[in-house]
Design a protein around this ligand. Sequence first.
Ligand code: NOJ
Length: 738
Amino acid sequence: MKQKEQTCIDLKTDRLLDRVNDLVERMTLSEKIGQMSQVTGMGGLTDNLRLAIQQGKVGSILNEVGLESLNEIQRIAMEESRLGIPLLIGRDVIHGFRTMLPIPLGQAASWNPELIKKGARMAAIEAASEGINWTFAPMIDITRDPRWGRIAETLGEDTHLTSVLGTAMVEGFQGEKLSQGDSIAACVKHYAGYGYSESGKDYAYVNISESELRNVVLPPFRACVDAGVATLMTAFSDLNGIPASGNEFLLKKVLREEWGFSGFVVSDWDAVKELKVHGFAEDNKMAAFEALQAGVDMEMVSTCYQGHIATLLREGLIEEKIIDQYVRNILRVKFELGLFENPYTKAADFPVSGNPEFLQIAKQAALESCVLLKNDYDKLPLRLENIQNLAIIGPMADDAYEQMGTWTFDGKEEWCQTPLQAIRAMVGDRVNIHVAKGLETTRTKNRDGFEAALEAARKSDTVLLFMGEEAILSGEAHCRADINLPGFQNELLKEIAQLGKSTVLVIMAGRPLTLGETKDYANALLYAWHPGTMGGPAIADLIFGKASPVGKTPVTFPKVVGQIPIYYNQRNTGRPTREEDITFMNDIPVRAAQTSLGNTSFHLDAGLEPLYPFGFGLSYTTFHYHNIQLSAEQINLGETLEIKVELSNTGSRAATEITQLYVRDIVGNITRPIRELKGFQQVHLAVGETKTIAFQLHTKDLAFYNRKMDLVTEPGQFNIWVGGDSNASLQASFWIKK
Ligand code: NOJ
């Protein structure tokens, strides 16, 4: 073993920055470049990898798992490299590690930051117990396009909701302090604009005005930076002609200068090398140059930094002080994580993964993520005493793997409890269960299983269908142009619907599907996203009424693909549509004369409205909003308005409602959205109970970037709505004084 230079033990002072500076001063250029390089461990601990770590040529590794191997990798870094600098060990811990939570979009449907934080804490503990100290999450890209497969990983379409829930995830992953043994560094991604990929096709071009960037896309990143996120990942995308991984405006001006971010930036996988493929750099050397110029501290997987930084320095294209700064940014996070003191992991220091407490968190997350979209004649909850024969049909009823969703490299399929298992356990022998898959997978396009499914349905008084999309149909690079239920699922549904039984459809999917046709074939529709390990018990509790649905959709459900992009906070346009304006294609007389007078903005074949609006979700009870009151009719800039509203449970069971506050700034220096979410609260109400709910709205909460890109709150009139979804009708107005 080489003689190792001591790093922290003999430093004069414990102060973090001094320790960082001291170390940087003693590093060779090759060791500095090493810190800026992240390699993939996918091939295991090969001789080449061992040598590279010994030579100080690796700062971080991703996708190597297994405690023994990771401890050995850290040991090589600590004991066999000259300076003994520990490695950052990264992994995509996106929605759970071994115990799987619902996909992030599903978690977002809970609108419950506390629960989401708990889930991220659990994931951090499980990952940290196996030697991982860095996750590439949360993904806080705003998207309005469900064709995009990665919508599954987002927290939905809304800036405010994503900011609150993204911050909660960061806090959960990073714990009270990064140096806690069970904290892992979070990484917000993908900075920025990735969710606006043209036509919802992954990696495609992105065109977003600076106004849209600053008002819609960037605020969640800002919120997470303010919450202390340790790292940030660039997007693959070409943003307005300047790929995000070479985008100085994003990385220097906004992130460092305006927001004062002090963590470090990692590129996405190969994204530095891809600057050449974009046609933004002529070769790998210039790709390294552009990424360095822009402010990418660490390169993921591709080796442009390794190969070319020395040349760029020699040729005077970059200065060594930039390199030193990037290395400092990376080392600071390593020190903050306490890795120099505690590089190794002992499993015994952690609770076991998948313990009952963790399973309970996963179950609660799955339960609160389910959104009840339709419940005609109160078909749900099912009353056991009324059922003798129950059909359970569909490719997603008993598929442990598929219910985990995308990004589940480490998820334990064998821990998953499926709906079929959970329902069997719940009903015991009180009900005869008739099972038929109907379709082999969600993509199956034949009728081979139809007769067995129809037979099961005929024998039953109630039919439960589990359909949707397999996990692989969403996630990275898995975009769809047609987002109906795939395969022959609608055909099977239609034939079952014709039997006239009570039919309940549960959909598990990675995106909001277009359900225009589907919804008519079922009396009740529960949207479970991909619910993770405990999806089965959570769904069973909801179906049989042990719990009432809480979830509200964090994304608008289009009727048809042609409505995309569709989102609640649109602009008014100069010709907004009223219900009475909508004409459908077939109602237009033949050879009707063309006129533009009185025309408004809608589709002749889809109208104006989505299938389900943002924030929508039913409960087993009914809620009534009334008596909205404001603390003042007018306030001054710098003051806070209090909005109070009464919420009554007018139905027949105790339940939780997610109360939402929307605002419209009537006139602005730039046009403003017709509604913007500004607050939300979970409220639990007993039967017949009424509660007063209060929201505080500070004038700074109404700020936006104006024509000059100044963040301002403008005096004038504002409308307010409070209710259970983005179409809330209980309204009030107030003014900010000039
Ligand atoms: C590419 C993905 O875009 C990113 O989200 C992920 O974290 C990295 N690969 C690492 O796996």
